[in-house]
Design a protein around this ligand. Structure first.
Ligand code: HEM
Length: 446
């Protein structure tokens, strides 16, 4: 592996060995799947076998196989079912998740108005809005953008995502057995995530003290009620450890991903003002200046929809996927893969496949438009992965991306202090995650 990291090395190996090959990461064999065909044949056609979850060395000491993202077997099934159902319930009840997203978008517009067109870095704003959607589901409340405890948590997430995606983290992935005994970024990641766990534990205690078993307010209440119901079952998965780590998993997965996509998206809009102009036009024609955008508007706004697809494709947020393992001995494309072997679905190889995208390295919404200007689906577009482990927050993420983008652009035009040709899109980090460069932007009331 050179300084360009694992992704670059894997893509080079693909040129030589084809879509399916094994790489030794340190001493472990890992099977790489490249291109949508190989990924689909594994994750969808042999869904059960490929549904196991592998480890990410740098966060393993925190998650230890607990919580929906890193759990396996019955624990994963129980937590996935619970998390999906609860997220749905706390969406529907009084207010839908969509309404919550619309409200949060209006709060952001108010906050951005206060900036009076000054240059700002969007990182904390975009983290705050995406975190608040998850917080309202998990903790039953949203936080003020100035709340120091909230800002601290967001900073810990941001720092951790950058560290997890760094070159050092990839070296750690290869040699963790040895490196874990020495100081390094793994200790910082551990400290950061433990501090967030302390915050969650504190909130769980507050929930316990004020719990009304007949009127659950949020995911934590629902879990506590379930925990109480199953307290005499020695095999229950509804215990304190899973509660804390599951909440951390949803909080982290739900905040950093969507906010980083928003950040990349606005950088792209600054780089390509003619594309932004077309979105303004579509917003004016379909939504107008007064009513808040709703998710249903999307079907009438194919250009905006295509831009959002292209932002996700170009942002390529989780380039090497989240590691899987095979849950049993498996035959795949003539290979024998023993139970528990790690599998990396290289999502980037699908999102950048020249057989599916004319100019895969360019940002071009035409990739998702047909000759009549209608949205053109593309089966290689798999930013949320596919199969049984498909992103649990896909629906929320897509609703957030549409409503946040359109609400901001309905209210503001965006401007950069740099000429578009000088804007550099090169990511700051590419590892487990891809992190865009930092930049400054103005939001000018329209
Ligand atoms: C643009 C935003 C997002 C992207 C690109 C994204 C992408 C992904 C990917 C690639 C995976 C791994 C799938 C696999 O194992 O093959 C994943 C898993 C997951 N995501 Fe997302 N995600 C996003 C937003 C969210 C949101 C908003 C939430 C929470 C509400 C969320 C919660 C999760 C969870 C819990 C998992 C683990 C699922 C499991 O292991 O069963 N994600 N996501």
């Amino acid at each position: 592996m050179d300084r360009k990291g694992l992704l670059a090395s894997f893509l080079k190996l693909r040129e030589k060995y084809g879509d399916v090959f094994t790489v030794y990461l340190g001493s472990r064999p890992v099977v790489m799947l490249c291109g949508v065909e190989a990924i689909r044949e594994a994750l969808v056609d042999q869904a059960e076998a490929f549904s196991g979850r592998g480890k990410i060395a740098i966060v393993e000491p925190v998650f230890q196989g607990y919580g929906v993202v890193f759990a396996n077997g019955d624990r994963w099934k129980a937590l996935r079912r619970f998390s999906l159902a609860t997220m749905r319930d706390f969406g529907m009840g009084k207010r839908s998740v969509e309404e919550r997203i619309q409200e949060e978008a209006q709060c952001l517009v108010e906050e951005l108005r206060k900036s009076k067109g000054a240059l700002l870095d969007t990182t904390f704003y975009f983290q705050s809005i995406t975190a608040n959607i998850i917080c309202s589901i998990v903790f039953g409340k949203r936080f003020d953008y100035k709340d120091p405890e909230f800002l601290r948590i967001l900073d810990l997430f941001y720092q951790s995502f950058a560290l997890i995606s760094s070159f050092s983290s990839q070296v750690f992935e290869l040699f963790s057995g040895f490196l874990k005994h020495f100081p390094g970024i793994h200790r910082q990641v551990y400290k950061n995530l433990q501090e967030i766990n302390d915050f969650i534990s504190h909130s769980v205690e507050e929930h316990r003290e004020t719990l009304d078993p007949n009127a659950p307010r949020d995911l934590i209440d629902t879990y506590l009620i379930r925990m109480d119901k199953e307290k005499s079952d020695p095999h229950t998965e509804f215990h304190q450890k899973n509660l804390i780590i599951n909440s951390l998993s949803l909080f982290f997965a739900g905040t950093e991903t969507t906010s980083t996509t928003l950040r990349y998206g606005f950088l792209l809009l600054l780089k390509y003002p003619h594309i932004t102009e077309k979105i303004y036009k579509e917003i004016e024609q379909v939504i107008g200046p007064h009513r808040p955008p709703a998710f249903d508007d999307r079907v009438k706004m194919p250009y905006t929809d295509a831009v959002l697809h292209e932002i996700q494709r170009f942002a390529d947020l989780i380039p090497i996927g989240v590691p899987h393992v095979v849950t049993k001995d498996t035959h795949f494309r003539g290979y024998f893969i023993p139970k528990d072997t790690e599998i990396y679905p290289i999502l980037s190889s699908s999102l950048h496949d020249p057989r599916y995208f004319e100019k895969p390295d360019d940002f071009n919404p035409e990739h998702f438009l047909d000759a009549n200007g209608a949205l053109k689906k593309n089966e290689a577009f798999i930013p949320f992965s596919i199969g049984k482990r498909i992103c649990l927050g896909e629906g929320i993420a897509r609703t957030e991306l549409f409503i946040f983008f359109t609400t901001i652009l309905q209210n503001f035009s965006v401007a950069s202090p740099m000429a578009p040709e000088d804007i550099d899109l090169t990511p700051r980090e590419i590892g487990v995650g891809k992190v865009p460069p930092t930049y400054q932007i103005r939001f000018l009331p329209r």
